[in-house]
Design a protein around this ligand. Structure first.
Ligand code: IPM
Ligand code: MN
Length: 353
């Protein structure tokens, strides 16, 4: 018998439980085939629990989650709960408390998937974004004064530490080397305006690159230009590294060019600790309980989890199965238009694994 992995499962809100169920199907198929064991433990964190108890996360949650090998998350966000409470109280709290300092988001167009980019295909759209995940504008640094008066002031500061920037950059160089595709790392910033923050990023980028990654080509693009090139020439990119806010924005654009929220997955990584894997899309209350939502993004998040845990053969088999489903089966990746139900898509992936 191979290794055993302890996985905390947080299905969460809306369609989260439906897509996680299919993700677990694919993972179980891989575990049977590749001889490793999954020890799953479910947690009920999310909107329903908050409505019942008034608590977003129990005080013991973070310490308890630290004991797992990984966390598998569905979706967070409830129509009856004011926006921000659950996102900040669960998602951001866990990212920060578990020091998941990289958000890894592959942008890869699978065969058979429609992209809004004319004349671009799977050979053109295959890059990854390394988003810094614990600093920048997300730290909650700042404040407000004279609230609700005409003189109101609101300040929200982007925090960039040498340590935080360097560890993110190093991760990005490493993954560029490991991919061994174009061996090009693009720093996405705004050095012409954010002359403090991105000056730090740029200096650290070249220092680390020069010293330890001489074979990786270093490239730079402003964030606005990055958006332009992602649409016009996505084939130029191999790995993009950027700060938290820019990474948030460009990965939604990335999700759209790879076929939408039905397929886009990401990992909140702490390479020295516990990482958390999730589909990028939200809880989709509109489609909840109808068995029409696309589970492929959750399945791909599970695939990334197995890859990062070191079960690379299992990960490759899940990806291959997903590609078979996109190229031979699905009519569309959109909820309700796939030609199959959520459950059927999960069944097909599990069978192909
Ligand atoms: C994401 C989401 C989150 C973020 C929100 C829900 C806080 O948009 O994972 O990209 O901004 O990071
Ligand atoms: Mn986002």
């Amino acid at each position: 018998m191979g290794k055993s992995y302890k996985i905390a499962v947080i299905p969460g809100d809306g369609t989260g439980p439906e897509v996680i169920r299919e993700g677990i199907k694919a993972l179980n198929a891989a575990s049977a085939k590749f001889d490793f064991k999954l020890d799953l433990r479910e947690y009920d964190f999310g909107g329903e629990r908050y409505k019942k108890t008034g608590e977003v996360l129990p005080p013991s949650a973070v310490e308890e989650l630290k004991k797992f090998d990984a966390i598998y998350l569905g979706a967070i966000g409830h129509p009856d709960v004011k926006p921000g409470i659950l996102e900040k109280g669960i998602l951001l709290t866990l990212r920060f408390a578990l020091d998941q300092y990289v958000n890894l988001r592959p942008v890869k167009l699978y065969p058979g998937v429609w992209t809004p980019l004319k004349d671009k295909g799977p050979e053109d759209i295959d890059f990854v974004v390394v988003r810094e995940n614990t600093e920048g504008l997300y730290t909650g640094t700042g404040g407000v004064m004279k609230k609700d008066t005409p003189d109101e002031v609101a300040v929200q500061t982007s925090v960039n530490t040498r340590k935080g920037v360097e560890r993110c950059l190093r991760f990005a160089f490493e993954i560029t080397k490991k991919r061994n595709k174009k061996n090009t790392l693009t720093l996405c910033g705004k050095t012409n305006v954010l002359t403090f923050a991105f000056d730090l990023w740029e200096r650290a980028f070249h220092q680390i690159g020069q010293k330890d990654y001489a074979n990786i080509k270093r490239d730079y693009a402003h964030v606005d230009a990055t958006c332009m090139w992602m649409v016009k020439n996505p084939e130029w990119f191999d790995v993009i590294v950027t700060d938290n806010m820019f990474g948030d924005i460009i990965t939604d654009l990335g999700a759209m060019i790879q076929g939408g929220m039905g397929i886009a997955a990401g990992g909140n990584l702490n390479p020295e600790g516990v990482s958390m894997f999730e589909p990028i899309g939200g809880s989709a209350p509109k489609y909840t309980g109808q068995n029409v939502i696309n589970p492929l993004a959750a399945i791909c998040a599970g695939q990334m989890m197995m890859d990062i845990l070191g079960e690379t053969k299992a990960a490759a088999a899940i990806e291959k199965a997903v590609m078979k489903v996109t190229s031979e089966k699905l009519k569309s990746l959109s909820a309700g238009k796939m030609g199959y139900s959520t459950t059927q898509v999960g069944d097909m992936v599990a069978e192909f694994v």
